[in-house]
Design a protein around this ligand. Structure first.
Ligand code: GAL
Length: 400
């Protein structure tokens, strides 16, 4: 009998270990990551400034929560006991002190590492040290781990990410687990129980629709990423998100393009991780990033990823079902000139077959709200008329 109970306990214990932390990202995570602007040029002052800016600029109030240090935070070698060490020049007070600072602002702190022997920028990776590293992150009070995929010769992605998930679970601190293997091994098919978000492509770059080659890999502009991965919406939902990569809002595209990029990331239910320098962001950039009406579409509790409803004459229309039978709808002007729309609601069957949700304009009159201009635009009982600038958006919420 004793043996029987021991076996049951053991099996139960193993089963418990083999789970990610649930309930951590029921809506897509909102935050900031250092990589897109700073690469490895990061330090304690910068992170503290960013945390201060979260509060001063209203980003915290808009829902942004995580401040994530990407590659380059470590010293080049582990210590004699095999522990990772924060770079003593960049982070003279260490990571625990920085975590305390960020937590004192009511925010959360994330770090980066890699499943391989070294990170992409050549710092010590976690391969073979997963449990030791997880315990260290927990002792530093880290809340989020981005886990990359460089230098992973002969590793299998699913197994490598499961090992780190189990290590985090055993360290007992709830940590959001962000999988970053660039979509190479189709993580949307296996990572639902492994991580809370997974990158779906290679790295983003700050352009509308370009692809920049770097030899063995490429970076992709906003629309390259969207078009590459528009068909995997069925795999996203509360607690497990398709991650379209850190945003490039404020990093050199036009304000109109930034609005479209932001609108699309919200429509796609992607994590909204800012990647710009918040210390000198323009008013227009901040206005886009703190738009609560737009963010609410991303954070809708149904967690349904939106999709392209139509694409004609350089006008893309995307839709996303929301809770309470509401809908988000985004018109994007892909052309180089201003466009005029005259949209007759009754002539379109708007619906989401996958989720069995349909906009019933024949029987119900919906109110139409413009989310960027914070204006009511009447109802679906009359045509929607508007002008949209080149590469700009009209983003709407329809409610009863
Ligand atoms: C890439 C990753 C980027 C960034 C970089 C750091 O693999 O996709 O987002 O983390 O590594 O070296």
């Amino acid at each position: 009998m004793k043996n029987y109970f021991l076996t049951v306990l053991l099996v139960f214990g193993l089963y418990c270990n083999a789970q990610k932390f649930e309930g951590l990202a029921q809506t897509p995570p909102l935050g900031w990551n250092s990589w897109n602007t700073f690469a490895t040029n990061i330090n304690e002052e910068l992170v503290k400034d960013i945390a201060d800016k979260f509060v001063e600029l209203g980003l915290k109030d808009a829902g942004y929560e995580y401040i994530v240090l990407d590659d380059g935070w470590m010293a080049k070698e582990r210590d004699t006991e095999g522990n990772l060490v924060a770079d003593p020049i960049k982070f003279p007070n260490g990571m625990k002190a920085l975590a305390n600072y960020i937590h004192s602002k009511g925010l959360k702190f994330g770090l980066y590492n890699c499943a391989g022997s070294k990170t992409c920028a050549g710092y010590p990776g976690s391969r073979g040290y997963e449990y030791q590293d997880a315990r260290l992150y927990a002792s530093w009070h880290i809340d989020y781990l981005k886990y990359d995929w460089c230098n992973t010769e002969k590793l299998k992605a699913e197994g490598a990410y499961i090992t780190m998930r189990d290590a985090l679970k055993e360290a007992k601190r709830p940590i959001v687990f962000s999988i970053c293997e660039w979509g190479d091994n189709e993580p949307w098919k296996w990572a639902k129980d492994v991580g809370h978000l997974w990158r779906v492509t290679g790295d983003i770059i700050n352009c509308w629709d370009c692809e920049i080659g770097h030899g063995s890999w490429s970076s992709f502009g906003v629309w390259k990423i969207i078009n590459m991965r528009k068909d995997i919406r069925t795999f996203a939902g509360p607690g497990h998100w398709n991650d379209f990569d850190m945003m490039e809002v404020g990093n050199g595209m036009t304000d109109a393009e930034d609005r479209s990029h932001f609108a699309m990331w919200t429509m796609l239910a992607s994590p909204l991780i800012m990647g710009n320098d918040l210390r000198n962001a323009s008013k227009e950039t901040i206005k886009t990033l703190v738009n609560k009406e737009v963010i609410a579409v991303n954070q809708d509790k149904l967690g349904i990823q939106g999709f392209r409803f139509s694409n004609e004459n350089n006008l893309e229309i995307w839709i996303k079902p929301l809770a309470n039978d509401e809908w988000a709808m985004t018109f994007v002007n892909m052309s180089d000139t201003i466009t005029t729309i005259n949209f007759n609601w009754n002539k379109h069957d708007i619906g989401d077959n996958l989720n069995n949700r349909f906009l019933n304009v024949k029987n119900i009159i919906y109110k139409v709200r413009d989310l960027y201009n914070h204006k009511d635009l009447g109802t679906t009982s009359r045509n929607l008329k508007a002008e949209i600038d080149s590469h700009d958006v009209l983003m709407l919420r329809l409610s009863k």
